[in-house]
Design a protein around this ligand. Structure first.
Ligand code: FES
Length: 128
């Protein structure tokens, strides 16, 4: 079966976007799926409540890795509030394929990493 979205997911898996790490990251967070052991780590560079730059790295299934690739493109230049407002269904729309509940967890691992990273950043600010 040929499906343009599926092809895109496989392509992103092989050639991830914004892969690597940021030495000057304002915050990093590693999200982990205990069901399979897959993981996604994000580094965010934040200035004036805006994501200036982002890198990601991880190990896992094609859906989890493609999803964080797409999300890194989506969040660059956005405010922290805008990123916190990204909902699971928007990630599913970005991927463009039907997802079973198990696969949905894969798709949302990257969003969890981003949301948790921002939460951690806000907490760090409060405790300074
Ligand atoms: Fe582990 Fe997809 S199978 S995140």
């Amino acid at each position: 079966m040929s499906n343009i979205y599926l092809d895109n997911i496989i392509d992103l898996y092989k050639n991830p976007l914004n892969a690597g790490q940021l030495d000057q990251a304002s915050v990093s967070y590693r999200a982990y799926n205990p069901l399979c052991g897959d993981e996604v780590t994000v580094d965010l560079l934040i200035e004036d409540d805006t994501i200036i730059d982002v890198r990601q790295r991880g190990n896992g299934c094609a859906i989890s890795q493609a999803s964080i690739s797409l999300l890194t493109e989506e969040v660059k230049g956005k405010s922290l509030d805008e990123v916190m407002a990204i909902r699971p269904n928007e990630v599913v729309e970005m991927l463009g394929i039907e997802l079973s509940p198990v696969r949905l967890k894969c798709a949302l691992l990257g969003l969890e990493a981003l949301h948790q990273a921002i939460g951690k950043y806000m907490n760090n600010l409060k405790s300074q």
